[in-house]
Design a protein. Structure first.
Lengths: 164, 136
């Protein structure tokens, strides 16, 4: 019972960001299945992890990549196109900020996967660059530069949006 | 010392991802409480049965093979000419004669030279399981 309680705590703390991360990698339809699969894998092998939080994110990323590979084999071109054209809805709507939220989500969607993943883990997951580096299997400097590059690009995109 | 915060970072942080859907949360918790399914493993007794069956097959195969070999080497079908001594006996006889004296060896060689040659039997046919007489 204590185990289930602890699992719920982990789930409530990290679940929303894991779902967000899964959405960056695979399709919206698979995101929930990815989080479920990843969390189960994590929970059953977490004792072996040196850094459990980084491991949880790594499990989710790994699972999402597996799902995406399976989807890519399965889906045809039209469905993939439809996924990209869908209106993004990853964040809680705040009245008065709806347009800005949509602009941010749309801009983020244009970024390469690895940049989006770093932004999600850093901003909403609160992970350090060291942890992000562990998740992605890159150096902390690479993780940091991807993050800065993504933020600069997002800034430019949003300023263009603002002007137009 | 206050850390400078990028306004864009602050804006992004203000966006909150959606909570986990309650159904998904429920699904995960119930999956966690389920006993973990392990991949099916072969039962030890099944392994024993398999090993015994393999051993039995091997014994049967060897028995059949030896039976055939004995059938091929039946009297009158041997590639060795009828009436001649087994090769090992000849070698032993030659060795003994040589040990006695060179004359004894010569005598034995002469005796073998005049011994009539048996009926021609082709070892190749015998080995192939065919009766050479049937070809005549």
């Amino acid at each position: 019972m204590a185990d289930a309680h602890e699992a719920l705590e982990w789930l409530d703390q990290h679940g929303p960001v894991l779902l967000l991360l899964a959405r960056q990698i695979a399709s919206e339809a698979s995101a929930q299945d990815i989080v479920q699969e990843a969390f189960l894998r994590f929970w059953r092998s977490r004792q072996r992890a040196e850094d459990p939080v980084a491991y949880l994110y790594a499990c989710t990323r790994h699972c999402a990549l597996e799902f995406r590979r399976a989807e890519q084999r399965r889906l045809d071109r039209e469905r993939a196109m439809a996924r990209d054209e869908r209106v993004p809805d990853c964040f809680v709507c705040v009245p008065g900020q709806e347009e800005r939220r949509l602009a941010i989500e749309t801009a983020l969607r244009q970024f390469p996967d690895e940049q989006r993943q770093v932004v999600v883990m850093k901003i909403w997951g609160g992970l350090t660059f060291e942890k992000i580096a562990k998740v992605l299997g890159v150096s902390p400097n690479t993780a940091a530069s991807r993050y800065r590059y993504a933020l600069d690009k997002l800034r430019r995109e949003l300023s263009k949006e603002h002007v137009s | 010392m206050n850390r400078w915060t990028d306004p864009l970072e602050a804006e992004l942080e203000s966006l909150r991802p959606h909570e986990l859907p309650p159904l998904l949360r429920q699904r995960i918790i119930s999956a966690l409480s389920e006993p973990r399914r392990r991949p099916p493993r072969a039962h030890p007794s099944r392994l024993w049965i398999g090993a015994l069956a393999a051993a039995a097959c091997l014994v049967i195969a060897v028995a059949i093979w030896r039976g055939r070999e004995q059938g091929m080497a039946s009297p009158g079908r041997s590639p060795v000419a009828a009436g001649s001594s087994p090769p090992t006996d000849s070698v032993v006889a030659y060795q003994r004669a040589l040990a006695q004296s060179p004359e004894a060896l010569d005598a034995l060689l002469d005796a073998d030279a005049v011994r009539p040659i048996g009926p021609p039997v082709s070892g190749a046919y015998v080995l192939a399981g065919m009766d050479p007489d049937s070809l005549r």
